[in-house]
Design a protein around this ligand. Structure first.
Ligand code: PNS
Length: 163
């Protein structure tokens, strides 16, 4: 069984994340979308809210038969990956600027758990500038983020900010 995790903060999930899920899921039988419980970073959405939104959105994704699971974790990604008995950690790369950070994480994770490889996928070029942080900032300041985040996320951001 080919099993992977796709870890992230997902605060909130963007269409860039969805693009990576679409591209990577056909490579695996099961993939756990692993939401980091990072309350100390003052996220816009609680970990429960992030997981619930992702659970609502994932049924729309064509996975090529891969079973998608949503779970949350705290602590090290490498420890969670080991507990989940996965062989791969999936990460997306949008631009060269992501590479150094991702390389450091991949090498550290490999040192922590040598049996698990990080698999990088290139995000669609239309999402090369899309990040959760940018989406929140633009939305909060009244800019349009249509097409860059799922509709469910936009609705929840609107509620959260009382817009
Ligand atoms: O969506 P993000 O914020 O780019 O995801 C980063 C994430 C969650 C993958 C990274 O911060 C992480 O793995 N955090 C858990 C703690 C950990 O394992 N740190 C060491 C990484 S080498």
């Amino acid at each position: 069984m080919r099993r992977a995790i796709f870890p992230g903060s997902f605060d909130p999930l963007t269409n860039g994340h969805l693009d990576i899920i679409k591209r990577s899921s056909p490579l695996f039988d099961e993939m756990v979308v692993a939401v980091l419980d990072n309350a100390d970073k003052h996220p816009m959405f609680t970990v429960e809210e992030r997981c619930a939104m992702i659970r609502d959105i994932l049924p729309t994704v064509e996975t090529g038969g891969c079973k998608l699971i949503v779970d949350s974790f705290s602590g090290l990604t490498a420890d969670f990956a080991r507990e989940q008995k996965v062989t791969a950690i999936v990460r997306g790369i949008r631009a060269v600027s992501d590479y150094e950070y991702e390389l450091r994480m991949a090498l550290m994770n490999r040192r922590l758990e040598p049996t698990i490889e990080t698999v990088f996928l290139m995000a669609g070029e239309e999402y090369s500038y899309v990040s959760s942080t940018l989406m929140k900032q633009v939305f909060e300041l009244g800019g349009r983020v249509e097409g860059l985040i799922p509709q469910i996320v936009e609705t929840q951001m609107r509620k959260k900010l009382g817009k």
